[in-house]
Write a protein that binds this ligand. Structure first.
Ligand code: DLL
Length: 437
């Protein structure tokens, strides 16, 4: 057994000055590379009047224009690729269900890099060759499954590539194989625990030791619950398709912030209003630049995720900057059961149905450890006084229409005309009751 708790001490424990030098070299290279190989960047840099040679220090990064999800969507499918297709080995896409997905391409070098940052992440949870890693993130275009897979493979751990779902089988495997490391979304862990209770499986007697949980927002309270119910150490992992997938940052056993792999991903935190960088330890929107990606390099990608960055040496010995757990988003994107949904998609679908008033409320709850989405909609006066049978029919129609539009199941409640509160300023339409703060 190699008890390698810090996977890459050279990179993870580097002196600050040394890391900054490396980051600057890499930043200068990637900016030039993106400018010369991707038409989008050439156009956007030219429009902003900035040249790659203007990047003389790390601070100069603010001279470069931001890249947004919309920019990436309009480059669909391969407009953000910096290399010919023969050099792309794998693609992944963002998890939106409608509109154009963001397509990212991985070269051999990118897959190697992904395995490296994921090996670092899994090592923070104490994973070694001797571990059974049960990977319950979905395999496929979603990055969770394969990201964990590449990291676990690099470490040489025993991978159980079970993918998402199949809860009873998951539990049998935890019990029979002696799974030690579990990887899945935090909400799924609680569902696993619930089914374990129903099936009479005592998780305390199982060998689970640590879990690497992410892909959605969760809280300290949720960590306590998970640790209590699954009898393991629950650690937070963060990442996004546009940058690489999981592995951008991860908590070590100190559980005091997520170590960001700064030699590969350069972070900034900006005010979403002024777009100016905020001070150290202040909350704002995370902006990421890939320093080493070859297939789809990203320059100043606005993640919309709200966090703060903290420098300083961690008790674990790593010197990489730590980000706070994500507490919200600067746009209105919702992630429901792992699927990205925008309120505007729901609104659009609702308003396509005749007889529906443009007054609605979106309520997200998590009653049985799984997200549920309810849409309360006002109907017209005439319809509301209609027979029950018609109302039921209408409700079903709306449900299936919206489900087709967003790709996940919803519940609709038809409410009386004028019963939804009107607003004098910005309407508050989304009520996220999952208690994420
Ligand atoms: O969720 C990648 C991933 C897979 C991360 C497995 C961790 C584990 P996307 O589907 O592109 O990629 O969604 C990215 O999910 O911008 C955040 O809003 C949210 N997110 C991801 N990790 C966390 C986390 C994957 N630990 C979007 N806490 C991001 C809060 C998270 N939000």
């Amino acid at each position: 057994m190699t008890d390698k708790l810090i996977w890459n001490p050279k990179a993870e424990c580097m002196l600050l000055k040394e890391r900054e030098r490396l980051q600057l070299d890499r930043l200068q290279h990637i900016v030039k590379y993106a400018y010369e190989n991707i038409a989008y960047y050439k156009k956007s840099f030219d429009a902003a009047g900035v040249k790659p040679s203007d990047i003389k220090s790390l601070k100069d990064i603010v001279k470069l224009p931001f890249t947004s999800k919309e920019d990436l969507r309009s480059a669909y499918p391969f407009g953000m690729f910096a290399v010919p297709h023969e050099e792309i080995l794998e693609i992944h896409t963002s998890s939106g269900t409608t509109g154009r997905p963001v397509v990212v391409g991985y070269t051999a070098g990118d897959l190697e890099l992904w395995g490296e940052v994921m090996a670092r992440a899994l090592s923070m949870a104490g994973t070694t060759k001797a571990d059974w890693v049960q990977n319950a993130y979905g395999y496929g275009l979603f990055t969770g499954g394969l990201g964990v897979h590449y990291g676990a493979r690099k470490i040489g751990a025993n991978i159980v590539p079970i993918s998402a779902g199949n809860t009873k089988r998951q539990l049998e495997i935890i019990k029979d194989f002696g799974t030690t490391i579990l990887t899945c979304t935090p909400s799924y862990t609680l569902y696993l625990a619930e089914v374990a209770g129903e099936e009479g499986i005592d998780l305390k007697k199982c060998k689970l030791r640590a879990g690497v949980f992410g892909a959605e927002m969760w809280t300290e309270k949720m960590r306590e619950e998970i640790e209590k119910r699954l009898h393991l150490s629950a650690l937070n992992i963060y990442g996004l398709t546009e940058i690489i997938g999981p592995g951008v940052s991860q908590e070590c056993m100190e559980k005091a912030g997520l170590h960001l792999q700064e030699d590969h991903f350069f972070p900034e935190v900006i005010s979403p209003d002024s777009l100016v960088p905020v001070e150290e330890a202040h909350k704002g929107e995370l902006v990421l630049t890939t320093l080493t990606r070859e297939g789809t390099p990203m320059i100043r990608f606005r993640t919309k995720d709200i966090t703060a960055l903290n420098h300083g040496i961690c008790k674990c010995g790593r010197t990489t900057v730590k980000m706070d757990r994500i507490t919200g988003r600067s746009d209105d994107m919702m992630k429901i059961r792992g699927v990205i949904v925008f309120p505007s998609q729901i609104e659009k679908a609702l308003l396509e149905i005749p007889g529906i008033e443009p007054h609605y409320k979106i309520i997200i709850t998590r009653p049985h450890q799984l997200d549920e989405l309810e849409v309360q909609v006002e109907t017209s006066k005439k319809m509301f006084s209609d027979e029950i049978r018609h109302i039921e029919e209408m409700k079903n129609n709306i449900e299936s229409h919206v489900e087709r539009a967003i790709g996940i199941r919803i519940k609709v409640a038809l409410v009386e005309p004028k019963s939804i509160q009107r607003s004098e300023g910005k309407a508050r339409r989304v009520f996220d009751m999952r208690n994420m703060k």
